[in-house]
Design a protein around this ligand. Structure first.
Ligand code: FE2
Ligand code: FE2
Length: 301
């Protein structure tokens, strides 16, 4: 199967860790500059995808609070009532906390595409042995706020030319997941592979794939390779979103960048959990492709 091509796509960073009024625009990259109302940043992610050719709007993830998402949507002129579907990349709080508020603002039933493991009771065991948690999403609360849950356990067509990946196979030898992640099962904390982790892939006419990652707990290279596999499209135009390299060793960051260069996207915009050190290296080692993310950045394809 080859994923259909689509046209007239915009991807807007609604919530992200980083805000910068002065970061410059460039062709295809619009910024929310000082002439517009201020945006809020927080350690979380929410991305709005508009498929103009299909007349569809999708929200990927919902930030870390109830505050930033509604505020930034209003400032960016994105109308929640027009959003057709929500995709939740995984059940971590920095991607879900604004969901119920968003659904109330949408004022209608909205399909929410999510893997069942997003509803696990999550814990983190930190290097010093201390525990953090629980993070526990409740399906009933989402449904009461307006979600029509769509469980995904394999690739799922959101619209012509656009897929949610569903769970991503872990194939590289250097993307090992999140060592501190656990979930509670039968009273015990067990290592959490974060199998709910998924991304969105769009096939742009005349360009290629745009991969939008939430937190990339499966590994950003695994994610992009799987996007190529399930779409039947080799050419990757852009890779954006959370690459989850904030706690990665320099070696892992180097391997990731080497693989990304082999994949050869024209645009790389690391965000959210990519971390400063890895973002800096992308900016140096892929300087022609690199775009600094900030809330309000809008990419057009
Ligand atoms: Fe996460
Ligand atoms: Fe995250």
């Amino acid at each position: 199967m080859r994923l259909t091509e689509t046209t007239d796509v915009t991807i807007t960073t609604v919530v992200d860790n980083y805000s910068d009024l002065l970061v410059g625009a460039m062709p295809g990259v619009e910024r929310h500059g000082p002439g517009k109302g201020p945006l809020l940043a927080e350690h979380g992610l929410s991305v709005h995808i508009r498929l103009g050719g299909e007349g569809k709007e999708i929200l990927l993830d919902a930030g870390f609070t109830k505050v930033a998402l509604p505020h930034n949507l209003a400032q960016l002129g994105i109308d929640p009532t027009r959003v057709d579907q929500v995709v939740i990349s995984h059940g971590h709080r920095d991607h879900t906390a604004g969901l119920a508020e968003f659904l109330r603002m949408a004022g209608k039933r909205v399909p929410v595409v999510v893997h069942p493991d997003a509803f696990l009771e999550r814990w983190f065991i930190l290097p010093d042995g201390s525990k953090m948690g629980p993070w526990h999403e409740k399906q009933q609360e989402w449904e009461e706020a307006g979600a029509d849950i769509v469980y995904v356990e394999e690739p799922y067509e959101l619209a012509p030319g656009c897929l949610a990946t569903g769970p991503i196979p872990r194939r590289t030898d250097f993307e090992k997941g999140m060592a501190s992640a656990y979930y509670r099962q039968d009273g015990e904390l067990v290592q959490d592979p974060i199998n709910d982790d998924q991304s969105i892939v769009v096939n742009i006419e005349g360009k290629g794939l745009v991969v939008v990652a939430g937190c990339a707990h499966s590994g950003i290279v695994n994610t992009v390779r799987y996007a190529q596999e399930i779409s039947g499209v080799k050419k990757v135009w852009a890779v954006v979103g959370g690459f989850h390299l904030g706690d990665a060793t320099p070696e892992k960051v180097g391997r990731t960048i080497d693989e990304m260069k082999t994949i050869g996207p024209r645009l790389v915009m690391p965000a959210h959990c990519t971390g400063f050190a890895a973002t800096r290296r992308f900016s140096e080692d892929m300087s022609r492709e690199f775009v600094l993310n900030a809330v309000g950045t809008r990419l057009s394809f």
